[in-house]
Design a protein around this ligand. Structure first.
Ligand SMILES: [Zn+2]
Length: 315
């Protein structure tokens, strides 16, 4: 009898959890953002082609569609065929929502790629007022006219304090190069961190993305007025490239390291993913290459402060 009750209880528990699993949206626990630079550029090109029509084409959904058709891998030869097939169906009058397959995995990929790319492309104007355009409106983190160099270093091992993986993207450059906010949002961290040195953290307005800019310049790391709680726009100068960090003592330069920006992007779907072992960080190499086609220009004033002189304003 006891045994039967136990089996019944287990079955009920299983049924209830299965039921909740079925009715609730899948919780995203990790995101492998694998989109290639080619896929990002081509999907943007078609976003501009279909913009204003009724196909329902969406930049991030198109990237997710390519991912879905190739097991979340990207290859130019396969993606070319998949994308041209999608475009043909849309041109023949089918709608993106009807074409996108329905499955948990399809929903998961769509959620992941939307979380990273959902705001990257949209309406903007060149400066204040003027004609509304549509396209890439998030920018490269280093202002135009300053050299940089980078390679895919996501997941490489690091060993200060304890062994861990490199959950960001390093962009080599010169000390003092203006660093601009890739996307707007609210400054949630601004100060010294024993790993990142002088660093700034910015949370996007929809709270899904946390941008992390680290190893900023010794002595004068931040743009004037930068502080926790400040609202910044995409393209605002937030600080200056440097080489600080990996020290419990403040304002110390890294030894045996050349100046670089550590650029990180964390996705936050639920509060327990904000800090700790559940953090989700994205490989930014291809995305950074994609963003390099749009860099804001800045000019230096007498006090050495850089100010943005041209940028796309979100419409
Ligand atoms: Zn780094």
């Amino acid at each position: 009898m006891k045994k039967n009750k136990f089996i019944a209880a287990v079955l009920l528990l299983f049924a209830v959890s299965a039921c909740f699993g079925f009715v609730s949206a899948p919780t995203v626990k990790w995101v492998d953002f694998n989109a290639s630079e080619w896929a990002l550029r081509e999907c943007l090109r078609y976003e501009q082609k279909f913009y204003g029509g009724d196909s329902g084409y969406d930049f991030s959904d198109a990237v997710a569609y390519l991912a879905l058709k190739n097991g979340n891998r990207f290859s130019v030869s396969k993606d070319k065929k998949t994308l041209s097939g999608l475009v043909k169906r849309l041109e023949s009058g089918e709608k993106m929502n009807d074409i996108f397959p329905e499955s948990d995995y399809a929903d998961y990929l769509r959620t992941c790629y939307r979380a990273v790319l959902g705001n990257m492309v949209g309406d903007y104007t060149d400066g204040e007022g003027g004609e509304v355009k549509h396209g890439l409106r998030c920018c490269f983190p280093l202002a135009a006219g300053h050299w940089y160099n980078h390679y895919d270093d996501f997941g490489n091992s690091r060993s200060f304090g304890y062994k861990r993986k490199h959950l960001g993207h390093d962009i080599m450059g010169s000390v003092g190069t203006p660093i601009v906010a890739v996307e707007g949002g609210t400054v949630t961290e601004c100060g010294w961190n024993k790993y990142g040195g002088w660093r700034i953290g910015i949370r996007s307005d929809d709270t899904l993305r946390y941008y992390y800019y680290a190893h900023l310049r010794k002595d004068r790391p931040f743009a004037a007025g930068m502080e926790v709680g400040k609202r910044v726009n995409s393209g605002d100068v937030i600080g200056y490239l440097g080489v600080t960090g990996y020290s419990n003592k403040e304002n110390v330069n890294l030894k045996s390291c050349s100046p670089h920006l550590h650029f990180g992007l964390q996705l936050i779907f639920s509060p327990e993913q904000e800090k700790g072992p559940k953090e989700i960080w994205v490989d930014l190499y291809a995305l950074t290459r994609f963003l390099s086609s749009y860099r804001v220009t800045t000019a230096k004033d007498e006090s050495g402060e850089h100010h943005v002189t041209s940028r796309r304003i979100w419409a």
